[in-house]
Design a protein around this ligand. Sequence first.
Ligand SMILES: Nc1ncnc2c1ncn2[C@@H]1O[C@H](COP(=O)(O)OP(=O)(O)OP(=O)(O)O)[C@@H](O)[C@H]1O
Ligand SMILES: [Mg+2]
Length: 426
Amino acid sequence: MRVIGLMSGTSVDGIDAALVDLHGGDRDLTLELIAAQTIPYSPGLRQQILDLAGGMPITLTELAHLDDAIATAFAQAAIAVQANHAPAELIGSHGQTVYHQPPRLAIHPPPPQTQPDFTAPSLPADHLGYSLQLGRGATIAQITGIHTISNFRAADIAVGGQGAPLVPRIDAYLLGHRAQTTCVQNLGGIGNVTYIPRRRHLSSSFTQSTTSDAYNPLFNQDFDRDIRGWDTGPGNLLIDLAVQLLSQGQQTFDCDGAWAASGCICQPLLDRWLRDPFFAQPPPKSTGREYFGLAFTENCLKEADAFNLSPADTIATLTELTAASVADSYRRFLPALPDRVLLCGGGSRNTYLHTRIQAQLGSSCRVQTTNDVGLDADSKEAIAFAVLAYWRWHDIPGNLPSVTGAAHSVLLGDIASPLVARSSTV
Ligand SMILES: Nc1ncnc2c1ncn2[C@@H]1O[C@H](COP(=O)(O)OP(=O)(O)OP(=O)(O)O)[C@@H](O)[C@H]1O
Ligand SMILES: [Mg+2]
């Protein structure tokens, strides 16, 4: 089945679109990447998204228009990625996150009983997380004429999960290795990791497909249960925001980490930033711009000023915060450091950050990118949402309770069908 995955993350840099050919189910999934591209947002639309995510109030009419403007941009990305290829039969669209609130950790005590027959709910509604992605699937389906699955996070959140990260099950089935434990570390605006135990039932060391003939179902149950994943904290977000502020808007990101590489890391300030309670919080955990956003960055810059850091030293220390928080979280929350780390997402292009993650982890753990093992590092997240849509279409659950903290695994995503379907093959 040809499926398009669409993704735009917390960096709000553009829409990643991937056209893939998928076969099999989950354990015997095979995947071929046919085409991939990133379509940048128009500056005006990007600013509206950043304003809303930053807390600027808007009317409901404006919200509805923004929802459809984002959906239109996503639909255009889907149309663009299909150019010169046979059309897709299904779209999986993550949409654009504008708000993410993880579930509350402390369960409030139930309200006092006022009537003898009143039964207090054991789980108050405010315990559940809340995550809002704009770019409704119905509009994408209408514009493209293709069945579209969106709103992937809601079902996991409804059963007590974080709604994130949702990619670990796909990472595990695409990148698991029979002899080596693996961490797949995405470096988007936020960083998130998938820890993959050894996948001994695999007959091959790596393919983008998995092979069903050699797999042992009993072993595989353990494999699913032992997969881990969580948001590690900042990926590029703090670096991007600091670069914009320190360059007076001349630069939007630190290309290849060149600015950071020219500075010195301020260890006392790094140690202070690493004491942020998010880093010590055990998984399941997720985060977003609401936490590691503009206010957090401005506070970091104020502290850097107090330490008399140059702009280059500040960017170097913020880059080290990403590298050290990734490595620290592996040391804290994994049984042992992995044998290998595969970086992906835009931050995997930051060569300085790559070397710093390697330095933080030490030489026993080899840091590569997913490109090095044949999976496109720029489009892996978009590919994941194509797979999640494909699984939803075939009634296969997508979340991993061991990762999101959900009470159980569920089907993810809402299906929107076009009034006139372009393809009759699904
Ligand atoms: N050559 C490069 N050098 C340094 N950083 C880069 C480079 N190319 C991209 N980036 C960083 O990658 C970011 C975009 O990455 P990406 O698209 O993976 O993030 P995202 O949209 O937040 O994704 P997601 O939430 O899906 O992980 C940019 O904002 C920039 O900071
Ligand atoms: Mg992006």
